[in-house]
Write a protein that binds this ligand. Structure first.
Ligand code: AMP
Ligand code: MG
Length: 488
């Protein structure tokens, strides 16, 4: 226990506890009754330099269950504000999360947070809890995204309990330990800006620069770089979402990381049958965050961030940096899509080939992930079910294939080499909602094996996992009836 808790520092707390405008609260977690370990992420533990079996130590388990706060640890909840569904929502904050401290990962500090550990001063009228089901979803999706090579918060462990939580029915409370390079959101800057606390906007920017970009100067040039980094990393992250068919569901500015990483897994969903209008969040009646809208919503959010930074960077500079969003997004997106097709160097005319294919997949209602995985075998074995059965009679697809053949003939790689590259660009396993549901159903009966099997599979989604083969096929019919909504 000592070894882990003593590794944690409190740089954020030290930097902000005496600020004129409050930006955090020291809090005490509310623990869980009869905590039980669902899963611990030995892979991430290794990255953090802690023992893979860290939860074997009873005190450490108690810490991650919110029941024990070692004397060296000072948990804090952060305040932030945000635009929710395009509307200014005012003050929000860590309503059900607290940061235990920071841990040094190769010279950079990463936060360790508990999520679901009870009410904080920012809970408003809610209970500060997270139910087991949503915690399993966040735990596995964070790791699935990381496995796909998409920048994301991580998850170190997941604890179940007997503590009741009252939602539509009585459920069990759980806590995950979320790990992130930063928990500072666009909404953290908006919070201070809209209170007229420009000195705090600056202090926060200085903090982010010193912690994450120590080689940058703290001052005008550093602020420009910080915003440019947010614009470009957000563009790239969203491009990666689009390339794997991930829909976030709640792209409010309080759920956007200043480092451009994916954060806050709620009603997210991966696309099964390709549908650009896919809306994963049943509360999103207007489809504001529909799959196809995500790139433009990213830009909308960056505009909101720009507004919050006007005291640091001139409007002209903010505007010109914002203009780099679209080209950055396009470059990243088309590079990734080209790789999925086995094209090494994207050329502008490939965009037409890609767009046309997506239209066909939508029209023919084809499974997005399975199509691309099958396509890896096209040149060597004819291309699996989709090409030989599902799309065989599509005139449009066959004419697309002819153009695809032409394009591949200009590529330097031989088909075997291309096949291996494509297998590394087209995941076999994505975290589909029905898989989450099966893991949840078992865990509710206290069988945690599927959570752990999925963790293992989703961390290396491009590899073969013969024992998990059934999760590589089409989702079952009942999958389309799953509905997921906001915070739970
Ligand atoms: P989300 O849409 O999940 O990002 O949540 C928006 C805001 O509501 C955040 O400030 C959360 O901390 C807060 N929140 C969500 N669920 C709860 C809960 N059960 N208890 C307290 N605060 C919550
Ligand atoms: Mg949130």
């Amino acid at each position: 226990m000592d070894s882990l808790s003593q590794k944690l520092s409190h740089h954020f707390l030290d930097a902000f506890k005496d600020s004129d405008v409050a930006c955090l609260s020291e809090v005490t977690p509310q623990g869980l009754d009869q905590s039980a370990v669902v899963s611990s992420n030995t892979n991430l533990a290794g990255t953090l330099g802690i023992r893979g079996n860290f939860l074997d130590d009873p005190d450490t388990q108690e810490m991650f269950s919110g029941n024990l706060v070692p004397s060296s640890i000072k948990p804090v909840a952060l305040v932030y504000s945000g635009h929710q569904f395009g509307v200014w929502a005012g003050q929000l904050g860590d309503g059900r999360a607290l940061t235990l401290g920071e841990i040094d990962v190769s010279g950079e500090l990463w936060d360790l947070q508990l999520k679901g550990s009870g009410a904080t001063p920012y809970s408003r009228f809610a209970d500060g809890r997270a139910v087991l089901r949503s915690s399993i979803r966040e735990y596995l999706c964070s790791e699935a995204m990381n496995g796909l090579g998409i920048h994301s918060t991580r998850a170190l462990c997941l604890i179940d309990s007997n503590t009741p939580v009252y939602r539509e029915s009585v459920e069990r409370a759980a806590i995950i330990c979320r790990v992130a390079r930063s928990h500072i959101r666009f909404g953290s800057f908006e919070h201070f800006h809209y209170r007229g606390a420009n000195d705090m906007v600056k202090k926060l920017a200085n903090y982010v620069i010193r912690r994450h970009f120590p080689s940058w100067e703290v001052g005008s040039e550093g602020y420009r770089k910080l915003f440019k980094n947010a614009v470009q990393e957000t563009a790239k992250t969203i491009a990666r979402w689009q390339s794997v068919g991930f829909a976030h569901g709640v792209m409010n500015t309080d759920n956007m990381s200043i480092l451009g990483e994916t954060i806050d897994y709620g009603p997210f969903g991966f696309i099964d049958t390709y549908d650009p209008m896919f809306i994963c969040n049943s509360s999103d009646s207007q489809g504001r965050y529909a799959f196809v809208n995500q790139p433009s919503m990213g830009l909308w959010n960056l505009n909101a961030l720009a507004n919050a930074l006007v005291s640091l960077v001139s409007p002209e500079e903010l505007t010109s940096i914002l203009q780099t969003y679209e080209p950055t997004f396009r470059r990243e997106y088309f590079d990734l899509m080209a790789q999925k097709l086995g094209i090494t160097d994207f050329i502008e005319t490939d965009s037409e080939l890609i767009d046309r294919l997506l239209l066909i997949l939508a029209e023919e209602e084809v499974d997005y992930t399975n199509f691309f995985r099958s396509l890896c075998e096209y040149q060597t074995k004819g291309g699996g079910d989709f090409l030989t059965k599902v799309l065989k009679n599509s005139v449009k697809f066959n004419s697309w294939l002819a153009d695809y053949d032409d394009r591949l003939s200009q590529e330097p790689a031989l088909s075997q080499e291309r096949r291996s590259k494509m297998l590394a660009a087209n995941p076999k396993y994505i975290f589909r909602n029905y898989m989450a549901q099966e893991a949840i159903d078992a865990a509710e009966q206290r069988d945690y094996s599927l959570v752990n099997d999925l963790l293992n599979t989703l961390q290396t989604p491009y590899d073969e996992h013969p024992e998990m083969e059934r999760y590589a096929g089409d989702p079952p019919n009942w999958a389309s009836s799953i509905s997921v909504s906001c915070s739970s």
